[in-house]
Design a protein around this ligand. Structure first.
Ligand code: FAD
Ligand code: NAP
Length: 542
């Protein structure tokens, strides 16, 4: 086993119980829980502040699409009672303020080393400890390592030909500058039409003198119907916040109990009733549209009825029939993550906004003056890459993680990620992943999934201490069975039907495997059963 040049093999400079990587919502809560157990911890964070996603994604229009009253921590009742969200879907600056508030409220910063990127984590089998090394030369040993590194934290920057030749500024939505970017009077190109693009395009269009959007695949987007948070609604939720959280935890995606997924089949009602159900959810706004009927994500015909209905709404909004046609998605509704927007489709009615279809030839090149596609050069002053992320595995693969016998995670996952419960990998004792592949993670309200994982990991550490166990590690057969289960659940749905980032299909060369597990309540129950059975499926050393 050789250490890479970036990870000098100097002697460790300190030892803690738990090394946590990342200071987003997962890392912050993990640190808080670790301290509550009386364990020592250090957090390494590549950014110079807390908040993770909300620290990095500062593009115009960035906001959550799970409602703010749900997209927040529930572990501390005073926190959830005292915090006030200003809008139904909070904007990025407010979510970042919330993350900073949590860091201060629980005095978390003193154990976080900012602007420090973890480069390697190697397991020492004789000591049963991990050595974690950073790009600033830190070398810290920990009994446990918790990867709170995020599912959407490694930007996908396609290697477009001529990329560096462009004369003007370029931006990636996931690494947006900290100072405001003013597009007033600029000719702007946006490449990509996923959630980040759908949120930013209407705002960029308000400033730019000309906006050209390059679309490879049209996406389904549902109006957000965002608004100031209704004080009466806030009071009602806060009067029984715990009950509300408990009801949400029984939802397939861990949110939306106010307006749950329908339990009836689309085929059990007539056309007028179907349309009323779609309209009602469309008018309400947000991701709940996908729950209009019980069978939308399992029956292709049911899905197509819903997709046709949305396409008809797009045609109503977009005046130019050719543009409306291009904006109408052709894939299964929901198999790429649905977008939630404010004025996205209407933006294409503006005379200075142009949609360019690159579904056939892609982006041919970036030139000094703009973007080349379909044999035509589009001259622009600035380019926004809204090209997404190397999701779920990208960030972990950048770290040189080595478990038993020097086995690298990159090798172990060369044919796609394999985990037990999305929490641990066979061969990597005492290393936990928060919202890892094989757990519901990105198919849920992620703060719900994060808290469930952190609680489970903290209970496990506490149990090990009480029981005198020194290491925990997934058994290969339990892991194999779990991977089989995750695939079987996905295969019973329409989710694997299109080229989504859930499958890794957006990154050239990435192994195509459906990574998240559908169904939060069953999953959480299974995790609790495993723990109650003395960590069934794990090998535990005394
Ligand atoms: P992150 O917030 O990604 O934090 C991980 C941290 O780890 C980052 O700060 C990163 O710098 C750090 N890190 C990574 N690697 C290293 C390393 N090697 N060394 C040191 N530090 C490292 N989810 C929802 O449920 N609802 C939403 O509405 C929603 N909206 C979203 C909007 C956007 C624009 C994006 C990109 C994602 C959204 N998500 C949403 C998903 C979001 O990522 C999660 O909700 C949540 O914020 C993830 O928190 P986390 O702590 O797990 O990861
Ligand atoms: P994304 O959904 O992966 O979208 C990336 C876009 O870039 C897609 O349109 C993709 O086209 C395009 N693209 C990628 N590579 C390309 C290439 N080589 N050439 C041309 N086009 C290319 O990424 P995202 O919009 O950043 O969103 C990622 C996830 O983050 C979301 O799904 C969601 O989970 C979360 N998010 C949530 C919100 C929110 O509303 N709260 C906002 C932003 C992000 P193809 O579809 O053809 O691959």
């Amino acid at each position: 086993m050789t250490a890479s040049a970036a990870t000098p093999s100097s002697a460790p400079d300190s030892a803690v119980d738990v090394v946590i990587v990342g200071a987003g919502f997962a890392g912050l809560y993990m640190l808080h829980k670790t301290r509550r157990l009386g364990l020592s911890a250090v957090v390494f964070e590549a950014g110079d502040g807390v908040g993770g996603t909300w620290y990095w994604n500062r593009y115009p229009g960035a906001r959550c699409d799970v409602e703010s009253m749900e997209y927040s921590y529930q572990f501390d009742d005073d926190l959830q009672q005292e915090w006030h969200w200003s809008e139904r879907f909070a904007p990025q600056p407010e979510i970042l303020k919330y993350a900073n508030h949590v860091a201060d409220r629980f005095d978390l910063r003193r154990d976080i080393r900012f602007s420090t990127r973890v480069m390697a984590a190697h397991f020492d089998e004789s000591a049963l400890r991990w050595t974690v090394r950073t790009d600033r030369g830190d070398a810290v040993t920990g009994r446990f390592v918790v990867m709170a590194t995020g599912c959407l934290s490694s930007t996908n920057k396609p290697a477009f030909k001529g990329l560096d030749s462009f004369k003007g500024p370029t931006y990636h939505t996931g690494e947006w500058p900290h100072e405001p970017v003013d597009f007033t009077g600029q000719r702007v190109a946006v490449i990509g039409t996923g959630s980040s693009a759908v949120q930013s395009i209407p705002i960029i269009a308000q400033q730019a003198s000309a906006l050209t959007v390059f679309q490879r695949t049209a996406n389904f987007s549902i109006p957000a119907r965002n608004a100031p948070l209704d004080p009466a609604y806030e009071s009602r939720i806060k009067a029984d916040y715990r009950g509300f959280r408990a009801r949400n935890s029984q939802m397939l995606s861990g949110f939306g109990s106010n307006h749950p997924r329908s339990e009836i089949s689309i085929f059990s009602v007539d056309e007028a009733t179907r349309h009323r159900a779609f309209q009602e959810r469309w008018d309400r706004g947000g991701l709940g549209f996908q729950g209009s009927f019980a069978d939308l994500m399992i029956d292709m015909k049911a899905n197509q009825i819903a997709a046709d209905w949305v396409r008809a709404r797009i045609r109503e909004v977009v005046k130019d029939p050719a543009t409306a046609e291009l904006l109408s998605p052709r894939q299964v509704l929901g198999c790429k993550r649905m977008c939630v927007d404010t004025g996205y489709y209407a933006t294409f009615n503006l005379p200075h906004v142009k949609l360019v279809d690159i579904s056939q030839g892609g982006i041919e090149a970036i030139t000094p003056r703009g973007v080349m596609a379909g044999g035509q050069e589009y001259e622009v002053d600035r380019i926004v890459f809204a090209t997404g992320f190397d999701a779920m595995t990208g960030t972990l693969m950048k770290i040189d993680i080595r478990g038993r016998g020097g086995l690298s995670l990159r090798e172990a996952w060369s044919a796609g990620p394999r985990t037990y419960l999305g929490l641990n990998v066979a061969g990597f004792p005492n290393l936990f992943t928060i919202s890892g592949p094989g757990s519901p993670s990105v198919l849920t309200n992620m703060i719900v999934s994060i808290e469930q994982h952190v609680n489970w990991i903290a209970e496990c550490m506490d149990w090990m201490r009480r029981e005198g166990r020194r290491s925990i590690e997934a058994l290969p057969q339990a892991q194999d069975a779990w991977v089989g289960h995750v695939n079987a659940v996905a295969d019973a749905t329409l989710y694997p039907q299109c080229n989504s980032w859930y499958l890794g299909a957006n990154v050239p060369g990435k192994t195509r495997v459906f990574m998240p597990l559908l169904g939060f309540p069953d999953y959480a129950r299974r995790c609790s059963e495993v723990a109650a059975a003395g960590y069934e499926g794990f090998a535990l050393s005394a």
